[in-house]
Design a binder for this molecule. Structure first.
Ligand code: ZN
Ligand code: ZN
Length: 122
């Protein structure tokens, strides 16, 4: 016998909402500084594409943030870049640090993600 329970809360189906995120593909976000309007399109954290792994770095000389490939792999091999092999694309310097996510490299204010734009890459 099925009983109706008038006071029952509506059932949540499967708990958390399902997202159709493709895990093998990295995602980039547009970070915008809330203070100086600096913008950067980066993943913001270690991210894995189909054949590469990237992380977001800050050049302490250029005061820019950007993603750099830290690992390349295939089905049989993988190559991890050493710290010496990672350099700033602009000044070619190695005065890099992993980005403190959400911190503007220019003015150290908070950066927020512009949710209206996302970028997929592979
Ligand atoms: Zn800023
Ligand atoms: Zn630089």
């Amino acid at each position: 016998m099925l009983k109706t329970r008038p006071n029952a809360k509506p059932q949540t189906v499967g708990g958390k909402p399902q997202t159709n995120k493709i895990v093998s593909m990295g995602q980039h976000y547009k970070f915008v500084c809330t203070s100086c309007d600096y913008k950067a399109i980066v993943s913001g954290e270690p991210d894995r594409g189909l054949v590469t792994m990237t992380d977001t770095f800050e050049c302490l000389d250029c005061k820019e943030i950007f993603d750099l490939i830290i690992k390349t792999y295939s089905e049989t091999n993988e190559w991890t870049k050493t710290a010496e092999e990672i350099s700033c694309e602009k000044c070619k310097g190695s005065n890099l640090t992993t980005w403190h996510k959400g911190e503007c490299p220019k003015c150290k204010s908070r950066m927020t993600i512009d949710e209206s734009v996302t970028f997929l890459w592979d």
